[in-house]
Design a protein around this ligand. Structure first.
Ligand code: AMP
Ligand code: MG
Length: 348
């Protein structure tokens, strides 16, 4: 179960099934492998099956490379070595710097924090669900804020040195970096570039909660990506449609969660408080953006909240489709002008 925690769990089933169900005309070569804490599926179109297999292997190699760099829950990853001693200034892997740069560029640094490893761990999602003690939560949130990037070119280090033994490496609140809110998007981007470099002209890559496409299917039929209902697992409540390169990500309060006394605790935390972000059940971002952008934005805009998320979509060319805490759908089709659409599906 711990694996599903790493990069956030996924609505991969709906997305993959729908994508497959809508594939008429030429049949893609399809390969699904466990990676990034979920199942990654690649569907690649082409006539030379041997060449497609080589391309898909190269794509999964790229995904594995991102995972080896960023999987905070694997003892052998580069980020785990960083987290083992976060008080020493050290260069971060290139993948981490790419994510930090993108968060800054997108202007969502207040909502997207890559330093929430300890606060997330306190909830014990998937292992021992626990409502954290308020003191533990506030200490780990304060420590998370201590991560600083001295210059754009160097790594990040934890500046906050505190005598509290609970913050020592190996201790229960040991601070650490966790790129789980963006790693799937980055990995799918890298995999897509590997496919492109191998001459693949059309492919769909999904890690469930994030999907990216490459090119247009032979015959020109659009890609269709299902968005899962946040309260009816496996039910598709909306479908995104486009041709060409684009990306879609969904963040939800149902993906890693538990309930105590009628209160739902889930894995998307407000970096200001360490508490689960309130007000939204599920939020989907789609557009002519990279997988990394969509993955960062779905997490960050979930934290920003309903009105802030819709305002962001109005200001930038992205579409936001969300289900608020009351179950009402709100959306803004900021990407419609670029041919990326999300439409509701009638549910019985
Ligand atoms: P996603 O499913 O992409 O929204 O990512 C959720 C995962 O990102 C969580 O399981 C945490 O590992 C991590 N996370 C939680 N809250 C945040 C946040 N505010 N900013 C960045 N990452 C977060
Ligand atoms: Mg995300």
């Amino acid at each position: 179960m711990a694996r599903t925690l790493r990069f956030g769990a996924a609505a991969w089933l709906a997305a993959a099934l729908l994508a497959a169900g809508c594939a008429s005309g030429p049949t893609p070569l399809r390969d699904s492998r466990p990676a990034l804490g979920t199942v990654v599926t690649i569907e690649a179109y082409g006539t030379d099956e041997a060449a497609l297999r080589i391309a898909i292997d190269a794509a999964f190699d790229e995904i594995a490379r991102v995972e080896r760099a960023l999987d905070a829950y694997s003892p052998t990853s580069t980020i785990a070595a960083f987290n083992a001693d976060p008080y020493t200034e050290r260069r971060l892997p290139e993948e981490a710097i790419t994510i930090l740069d993108e968060v800054e560029r997108l202007g969502v640094g207040a909502e997207f924090s890559s330093a929430l490893l300890a606060p997330v761990r306190l909830y014990g999602f998937g292992t021992t669900p626990t409502v954290p003690a308020p003191d533990d939560l506030s200490l780990s949130v304060a420590a998370a804020r201590g991560f600083r990037r001295p210059t754009a070119a160097t790594g990040v280090f934890a500046r906050l040195k505190t005598p509290d033994p609970r913050l020592e490496p190996g201790g229960p609140l040991a601070p650490g970096l966790d790129f789980g809110g963006a790693a799937k998007g980055l990995a799918l981007d890298r995999a897509r570039e590997a496919l492109r470099a191998h001459g693949v002209q059309a492919a769909l890559l999904t890690a469930g909660s994030t999907t990216v496409t490459l090119g247009t299917k032979p015959g020109g039929e659009p890609w269709h990506i299902g968005v899962e209902h946040p309260r009816r697992t496996g039910t598709v409540m909306a479908v995104a449609e486009w041709t060409g390169d684009a990306a879609l990500s969904t963040s939800g309060d149902y993906q890693q969660s538990f309930e105590v006394d009628g209160v739902r605790y889930h894995h998307i935390l407000d970096p200001a408080t360490g508490r689960p972000a309130a007000g939204i059940q599920s939020l989907t971002v789609a557009g002519r953006i990279s997988g990394l952008e969509s993955d960062i934005l779905s997490t960050a805009l979930f934290v920003r909240g309903r009105d802030g998320a819709l305002a962001y979509a109005r200001e930038r060319s992205v579409s936001v489709w969300l289900v608020d805490a009351a179950g009402a759908v709100r959306s803004h089709d900021g990407a419609a002008g670029t041919g990326v659409r999300i439409e509701a599906v009638e549910t019985p």
